[in-house]
Design a protein around this ligand. Structure first.
Ligand SMILES: NC(=O)c1ccc[n+]([C@@H]2O[C@H](COP(=O)([O-])OP(=O)(O)OC[C@H]3O[C@@H](n4cnc5c(N)ncnc54)[C@H](O)[C@@H]3O)[C@@H](O)[C@H]2O)c1
Length: 307
């Protein structure tokens, strides 16, 4: 089955929805925006690169002149997020899907950086911006009583330590953790993430660190359309909430169950060894997350489910 055929099943859920995609001028964000438009969504393309206008024009030429619009803004500036959110509403009337995809990779190890500039940037773009966009979107969906989906683009670098990518990996690990903490917002708002292995996009092409990794030299890069297919899965699959889907060279994406196992372990530790009603009570006292812990305990024990 071709990628195109495999994503057709999402048409009914995407048709006539309004989506915001950040980092839409290039790579994964550009491809996802095109696929969302292809499946019948209206899309606001957000990027700091002026090229976002060309991508929007390309989409509108192929479908309808009202299919997409664009806004140039730098997500490093906190007010920009409310500005593009408001633009989506003023243009399309409402918002259904928010994709926090824009991101940067560190160009050299944290410990080779002479000052904090690069660290400040990567934290602001890769972590603060998606969290702020999620805050704004969740408040909007709740106020409207309108179901919404938020997708965060994390990375496999947030699941395993990659040498010299300390800052990048840490922002992506935090984004996965943040996504997990949003589980309780479902069913009204589903927040999910994807954690791709390296894909063939300008981010990788222009990063000499990534290009020097033996792993990349040995097994190569993924095609971006494979990641986009999994992004659509994370948006459309109503059984996923607070979940992260890994996608790499194998055929299937896989849900990350790490935090379920860890939550059980920590809950048990807090209560002194056993997972029982006292453990749940103790952990809720300390973490104030009783509902999500009970939710985890009701789920099957850690396993890997394939998608
Ligand atoms: N390509 C990969 O191998 C890979 C793997 C895992 C995760 N990711 C993640 O996927 C996402 C997309 O990456 P990509 O590979 O498509 O990269 P890319 O460089 O092709 O696209 C990223 C886009 O984000 C935009 N952007 C960056 N900083 C911005 C800012 N401050 N404000 C507004 N826009 C900004 C860029 O202009 C660019 O258009 C990123 O979050 C990245 O971390 C990529």
């Amino acid at each position: 089955m071709s990628t195109q055929e495999s994503i057709e099943k999402y048409r009914a859920q995407i048709q006539d929805k309004v989506a915001i995609v950040t980092g839409a001028a290039s790579g994964l964000g550009k491809q996802l925006s095109k696929q969302l438009a292809n499946l019948g969504a209206k899309v606001l393309l957000v990027d700091m690169s002026e090229n976002v206008e060309n991508v929007s024009n390309e989409i509108n030429a192929k479908y309808d002149q009202h299919t997409s619009t664009w806004i140039v803004c730098n997500l490093i500036n906190p007010p920009s997020i409310q500005i593009y959110f408001d633009r989506a509403i003023s243009t399309f009337g409402h918002v259904d899907i928010v994709v926090n995809n824009a991101g940067i990779a560190n160009s050299r190890s944290l410990f080779s950086q002479p000052d904090s500039q690069e660290l400040d940037e990567i934290l602001a773009i890769n972590l603060r911006a998606p969290m702020e966009a999620t805050r704004i979107a969740v408040r909007y969906f709740k106020a409207m009583g309108r179901p919404g989906v938020i997708l965060n683009t994390a990375s496999i670098g947030g699941l395993m330590p990659i040498s010299l990518m300390e800052s990048y990996g840490t922002t992506k690990a935090a984004l996965i953790f943040f996504t997990t903490t949003c589980k309780g917002l479902a069913p009204l708002v589903r927040v999910n993430a994807v954690a791709p292995y390296f894909a063939d996009t300008p981010l990788v092409e222009n990063n000499r660190l990534v290009n020097s990794f033996p792993l990349v030299k040995q097994i190569g890069l993924m095609k971006p359309d494979k990641v986009v297919r999994v992004m659509l899965k994370a948006i459309c699959d109503e059984t996923l909430a607070g979940d992260t889907l890994m996608v790499a060279m194998g055929t299937h994406a896989q849900r990350v169950d790490f935090y379920q196992g860890l939550t059980l372990q920590v809950t048990s530790f807090i209560a002194g060894g056993t997972v029982n009603k006292y453990a749940v009570a103790a952990s809720s006292f300390f973490m104030n997350t009783l509902n999500s812990i009970i939710g985890y305990l009701r789920r099957p024990l850690p396993h890997s489910k394939e998608y």
